[in-house]
Design a protein around this ligand. Structure first.
Ligand SMILES: *[C@@H]1O[C@H](CO)[C@@H](O)[C@H](O)[C@H]1NC(C)=O
Ligand SMILES: *[C@@H]1O[C@H](CO)[C@@H](O)[C@H](O)[C@H]1NC(C)=O
Ligand SMILES: *[C@@H]1O[C@H](CO)[C@@H](O)[C@H](O)[C@H]1NC(C)=O
Ligand SMILES: *[C@@H]1O[C@H](CO)[C@@H](O)[C@H](O)[C@H]1NC(C)=O
Length: 380
């Protein structure tokens, strides 16, 4: 071998080693976000819809990093943060992004408006670097919204901004949502993220949950994951074949699908379907003032209530009464109400955190986004 060939081979080896090292230190192939949660102290429907009981974790944006907390929401697809020029009360009460401080900030002329359950937010679409999870996953150029106005509903939000985990078709900003960007940039081992929510909802429990980008944590579930195809690639929407109370079919439901929504604390149905389901449970009475269903026998009667089953495709997912009844306020229970409440759409049932605490969930986009699915197993 000629000397130059040996030299170039050595250089090549050294170079690929550096590349490899670079790869393993810069790119996390999976990363976990530890989640926090603030206890629910109210019973009313409007309070349940506000996002003050959502699960949130840390993110860093910009260079040097500006630190925020974000509510991780599988029921929307946009990332937004309060801008430092936002004058709304809800912005002033949260961490605000200062664009002039970031050397990697880039403006666009795009405007966005998003209406959620009770609140709305609007502003401009911008780009900056985003870092999330540990080990860190870094997106060099992530589009997100800078809120210039946010409704009062966000005043009580436990997070600074929202981090949508839905499909691009659901985005109101016309940019790729962070998770999809991670896949485009080849930052993840597998095209999926997984959510575990702690069953212990007492105040101060940490972590209150875990969001794992790029994989599945087998320590957080038991038995096998059952995968269900996603309908429509907008929401994480699955086919609902029925609802059962004590193994008896609840008939005359209007809805035939569910969406899995980590940004919703309860189980939302249309007023009709909420009535149909709750009236099938013995001893439930509608409490008009609060828009929720009471356990008439009080909290002492909860263990006597039947199980509630959601049949997704052909698999039964069953909640015990302790899981579908909320004791409120959480810190000092005074009354017990059903987690199934009205005010939702007729199109699908929203299975929120009350469901996701019972079932570990894997949100998979499939190969090239061709066959998205959700895997569910009993959470540990
Ligand atoms: C922005 O920069 C100013 C001046 O250096 C500093 O006082 C301020 O804390 C920074 N704000 C953020 C959110 O980084
Ligand atoms: C209950 O509903 C399922 C569909 O989820 C159906 O296959 C079954 O026949 C129904 N059972 C009764 C007794 O109606
Ligand atoms: C919705 O359900 C109610 C029963 O709760 C039924 O009377 C009504 O016909 C249903 N509507 C549709 C569109 O299926
Ligand atoms: C529901 O429970 C609360 C608290 O015990 C009580 O104040 C309210 O009157 C109850 N409503 C109904 C309709 O039973």
């Amino acid at each position: 071998m000629r000397l130059s060939a040996i030299v170039s081979k050595v250089i090549l080896v050294a170079w690929t080693t550096i590349l490899f090292l670079d790869h393993s230190t810069v790119q996390a192939a999976k990363g976990t976000v530890l989640l926090h949660r603030v206890a629910n102290t109210a019973a009313s429907r409007t309070n349940a819809q506000k996002r003050n009981v959502a699960y949130f974790g840390d993110i860093n944006v910009g260079t040097p990093a500006q630190h925020f907390t974000a509510c991780f929401d599988t029921g929307s697809a946009d990332l937004w943060l309060p801008s430092d020029s936002c004058m709304s009360a809800s912005c002033s009460l949260h961490q605000q992004y200062v664009q002039r401080n970031s050397s990697t900030f880039a403006a666009t002329d795009g405007l966005f408006f998003i209406a959620y359950g009770t609140g709305a937010v609007e502003g401009t679409t911008v780009y900056d670097s985003l870092q999330v999870a540990a080990p860190p996953i870094t997106i060099q150029r992530q589009g997100f919204g800078l809120a210039e106005q946010a409704s009062d509903a966000f005043t009580v939000a436990s997070c600074d901004g929202l981090f949508g985990l839905g499909f691009p078709a659901l985005s109101k900003q016309g940019v790729l949502p962070p998770f999809i960007n991670m896949l485009q940039e080849d930052l993840l081992d597998a095209p999926e993220f997984s959510i575990w929510l702690n069953k212990d909802t007492r105040a101060g429990t940490f972590p209150a949950g875990e969001l794992l980008f790029g994989g599945i944590n087998p320590a957080r579930y038991s038995g096998n994951l059952r995968y269900h195809p996603v309908i429509g690639a907008k929401y994480w929407r699955l086919e609902l074949n029925g609802v059962k109370v004590a193994q008896r079919n609840v008939t005359q439901l209007n809805t035939s699908s569910v969406i899995l929504d980590s940004g919703a604390s309860l189980i939302f149905a249309s007023d009709e379907d909420a009535a149909t389901i709750n009236e099938a449970i013995p001893g439930m009475v509608y409490w008009d003032d609060a828009g929720v269903y009471n356990v008439s026998g009080g909290c002492a009667a909860v263990p006597t209530l039947p199980p509630l089953t959601f049949t997704i495709d052909s698999t039964d997912y069953t909640l015990t009464p302790q899981q579908y009844i909320l004791q409120l306020p959480e810190d000092a229970p005074e009354y017990c109400v059903s987690a199934v409440i009205g005010g939702g759409t007729q199109q699908y049932l929203v299975l929120g955190d009350a469901f996701l605490r019972v079932f570990y969930s894997v949100f998979s986009i499939g190969n090239a986004g061709q066959n998205p699915s959700v895997g569910l197993a009993l959470s540990t």
